[in-house]
Design a protein around this ligand. Structure first.
Ligand code: ZN
Length: 339
């Protein structure tokens, strides 16, 4: 099969590799219908994380080709969506809804789903079959559920987005945009999206943003306060992972409010005095996407949401290097790869 390998920063190649095989009786082999490049893949691409001949990709949808002897809930021929953490979905942590911290978890990025085939460990706990074979136009949205939608959803839940609440979203990448969608789906009355890019502002509005703020940092915080009677938002979602974004999120939250943070942290250090004086709730981390998959798949299946709109470029897997370049140079928000 063909698979994407990052040799080093900026060096993405597509190679022939051996087809995956069943290693554990709980494994499934999935023929991938679509995969994509994640914003988090850009950290090693830009040299901000070490990388050396690493297989890439952790978002995936496809058709089950083969299952191990112990797999019960999915079968060959099923179209499935999985989370970027494989999880048993039965341990105490999973049952509490935190499948990203499953005691048996496996990070799909270590297996690499930017490929034609992938071995999915803990198939029963990880994969969710769709009600049938999806129409082709639903595939991008189902793929979004695998990470960016699920992550945005978790961020909105962690920030306690809901009726009567004003939600601000820091970050206009795919996760931030889908956090806007999630916040509205969860009933938020007002959603303020921080964005400086006209195309992303338009998509944020389409997903339900009521306000757009172009300022960032302290000026962005001041703008949120000006629009919320001087109080700050009830809920703020941080979907970037930098120091500036995290502090912007904390400072834009009103006392007693909630910050949901899902941007992969890079050297974020929250000063104790800022934290002490803010009086806000903080919750976040790697999203337990698996918890939300059945609900998200149903919303997509019923065409109530269209998160696949975050994909603004589709390329064949063989042109993965171009996909990384487009996202690195921000000429694309998110690139879908077809086999
Ligand atoms: Zn578990």
């Amino acid at each position: 099969m063909r698979q994407v390998v990052m040799y080093g920063p900026g060096d993405v190649r597509v190679e022939e590799r051996a087809d995956p095989t069943i290693l554990e009786p709980t494994d499934a082999i999935v023929r991938l219908s679509a995969t994509c490049v994640c914003g988090s893949d850009l950290w090693p691409y830009r040299g901000a994380e070490p990388v050396d001949h690493q297989v890439m990709g952790h978002e995936y949808v496809g058709v089950v080709e083969e299952v191990g002897a112990d797999v019960r809930t999915v079968a060959p021929g099923d179209f499935v969506v999985g989370s970027f953490w494989a999880s048993d979905n039965t341990c105490e942590i999973c049952r509490a809804g935190y499948q990203a911290y499953c005691v048996h978890r496996v990070l799909m990025g270590t297996i690499g789903t930017q490929a034609e085939l992938a071995r999915v460990p803990l198939a029963d706990g990880t994969l969710v079959a769709t009600p049938g074979r999806p129409d082709p136009d639903l595939v991008p949205s189902l793929l979004a559920a695998s990470d960016v939608l699920g992550t945005g959803w978790f961020a909105a839940v962690a920030a306690q987005a809901g009726p009567g609440r004003t939600v601000a979203v820091v970050g206009d990448g795919a996760v931030g945009l889908l956090a806007v969608l999630a916040a509205r789906q969860l009933g938020a009355e007002r959603v303020i999206a921080f964005s400086r890019h006209a195309d992303r502002q338009a998509l944020a509005r389409e997903f339900g943003a009521t306000d757009i703020v172009e300022e960032r940092g302290d000026a962005g915080v001041a703008e949120v306060k000006a629009r919320t009677g001087g109080l700050g938002a009830h809920s703020v979602i941080e979907a970037v992972g930098t120091q500036e974004a995290m502090m912007q999120a904390i400072h834009a939250t009103r006392p007693g409010g909630h910050v949901g943070f899902v941007g992969v942290s890079h050297d974020v250090a929250i000063p104790g005095d800022d934290l002490f004086m803010a009086g806000v709730h903080l919750h976040g981390g790697p999203a337990p996407v698996r918890q939300y998959l059945p609900h998200l798949i149903q919303l997509i299946w019923d065409r109530e949401i269209d998160p696949g709109k975050v994909f603004d470029l589709t390329l064949p897997l063989d042109r993965a290097a171009e996909a990384y370049r487009a996202m690195d140079q921000r000429t694309a928000t998110k690139v879908l790869l077809t086999p």
